[in-house]
Design a protein. Structure first.
Ligand code: GDP
Ligand code: IMO
Ligand code: MG
Length: 432
């Protein structure tokens, strides 16, 4: 049963890209199943930093096939551009190495304009989206009005007609709101160019995956976003519009559950969130700044896609416990443990107190969540730089205790941690 589903256990940016890159070293296929270019997945290799938005994070391994699944929403112009810029730095991208589902949905300029218009209309209550057109694209998908990647295989006139008509009807909405309208012909031309570049890559990826799995190939399913941004399970409406959780991997790729061997939750050793919505352990001041970094390093907490500073706080075990229950993690991994080095003490939110009542799982409403006061357990910190550690036994005792305590509180094993952004900056428990 060779599927490993990898999922962000928090609000995104947990370090999924680097973990996928690591797992891809022993996999045949890496398949992304949700979201679009709202994602920003970073892989650091031999001093070079790769920021991937649509192309799966297995692409740096020459023998791995990368798949973009039907659950994704794809901006074809941005994808063609990303493929081109990867090629320019020596990454081999051919239809044998990258396969795009014919059932994914296309993000049009209309979706992007509507995303901005909706956020502007919400004012102070805005979601804080990445403005990539994600929500409007999924809205058209579920409203049965979307254009799919497979439609790029249609004859040019029909594809153009559908695109132009989507833009023209959005223009009516935009002009009613006094917003700038779009030029349908210019948009159509750029989409036709992108369609021509992408056409050889488009296939039925569900059938492709099924045949590969039957032939014994191993697949890593690359989650984007995170559990707490899930349309069903996140802090609605401050969520994305897809299902980045375990169930989403199956529908987003069209594979059956019996192939799944492992569900790996990736969590950062502290909490971050970008965009609006409740975040009970959010900190301000010195410790938040320490966790965020100044922006001088590429791994500091500034959005990979939007550059926005991320909100930072202590690790929220209440939310992690919830992520365990939503996804059924068989294992978890903690990233960025090195960032905690040098802090005198570390705190874990083990419960919330709301109106005198204790909660071990997050309440459903944002009104309650906003009032949640974390109940902290304090653990000793460590001083040593751990970025050179490669075995669990080399980590300071306090670091090992921190990891083991999180695992015990979540009741899920943590067998690996990362101690720096480079591919080899990993510590596996079994190696000790
Ligand atoms: P993703 O969206 O989950 O793939 O995560 P991002 O790439 O958006 O953000 C994670 C950031 O943390 C990236 O800059 C990574 O290079 C960096 N990173 C990942 N793991 C580690 C780690 O163990 N230590 C440090 N210092 N940085 C890390
Ligand atoms: P990766 O894959 C962090 C957040 C946005 C916003 C909300 C809705 O890099 O972890 P959207 O544009 O999807 O409609 O925005 O979701 N968001 C992310 N936050 N990492 C991401 O992706 C995100 N993708 C979306 O900031 O709060
Ligand atoms: Mg990211």
């Amino acid at each position: 049963m060779p599927i490993t589903i990898l999922i962000g256990a928090q609000w995104g940016d947990e370090g999924k890209g680097r973990v996928v890159d690591w797992l891809a070293g022993s996999a045949d296929i890496v398949a992304r199943y949700a979201g679009g270019d709202n994602a920003g997945h970073t892989v650091a290799l031999n001093g070079k930093v790769y920021k991937l938005h649509l192309v799966p994070s297995g692409i740096l391994h020459s023998r791995v096939v990368s798949i973009m699944g039907n659950g994704m929403v794809i901006n074809p112009v941005n994808l063609a551009r990303e493929m081109q810029s990867l090629r320019a730095i020596g990454v081999d991208i051919t239809p044998e190495r990258l396969v795009i589902s014919s059932r994914a949905h296309i993000i049009t300029p209309a979706h992007i304009a509507l995303d901005s218009a909706k956020e502007a209309a919400l004012g102070d209550d805005k979601i804080g989206t990445t403005l990539r057109g994600i929500g409007p694209a999924y809205l058209d998908k579920t409203g049965r009005a979307g254009i799919r990647t497979g439609d790029m295989l249609l004859d040019v006139e029909e594809f153009t007609e559908r695109l132009v008509s989507a833009i023209e009807s959005t223009n009516q909405v935009l002009s009613q709101q006094g917003r700038e309208t779009l030029d349908p012909q210019a948009a159509a031309q750029s989409y036709l160019d992108a369609a021509a570049a992408l056409r050889p890559y488009i296939k039925d990826t569900s059938v492709y995956l099924h045949q590969a799995l039957r032939a014994g190939k191993s697949v890593v399913c690359e989650g984007a976003q995170g559990t707490l941004l899930d349309i069903d399970h996140g802090s609605y409406p401050f969520v994305t519009s897809s299902s980045p959780t375990a169930g989403g991997a199956l529908t987003g790729l069209g594979v059956g559950p019996l192939f799944v061997e492992k569900v790996l939750g990736v969590a950062k050793a502290f909490s971050t969130r970008v965009g609006g919505g409740p975040m009970p352990t959010e900190l301000e001041g010195e410790i938040a700044q320490r966790l965020r970094g100044s922006g001088a390093n590429f791994w500091d907490e500034f959005g990979t896609t939007t550059g926005r500073p991320r909100r930072c706080g202590w690790l929220d075990v209440v939310m992690l416990r919830y992520a365990v229950s939503v996804n059924g993690f068989s294992e978890m991994m903690l990233t960025k443990l090195d960032i905690l080095s040098g802090l005198d003490e570390l705190k874990l939110a083990v419960a919330y107190e709301i109106d005198g009542q204790q909660y071990e799982y997050p309440p459903v409403t944002n009104e309650l969540l906003q009032r949640a006061k974390p109940v902290y357990e304090t653990l000793p910190g460590w001083r040593d730089d751990i970025s050179g550690c490669r075995e669990f036994a080399q980590l300071p005792l306090a670091a090992r205790r921190y990891v083991d305590r999180v695992a015990a509180l979540c009741d899920v094993p943590i067998n690996s941690v990362s101690v720096g952004p480079e591919r080899d900056q990993l510590v596996e428990k079994s190696a000790s």
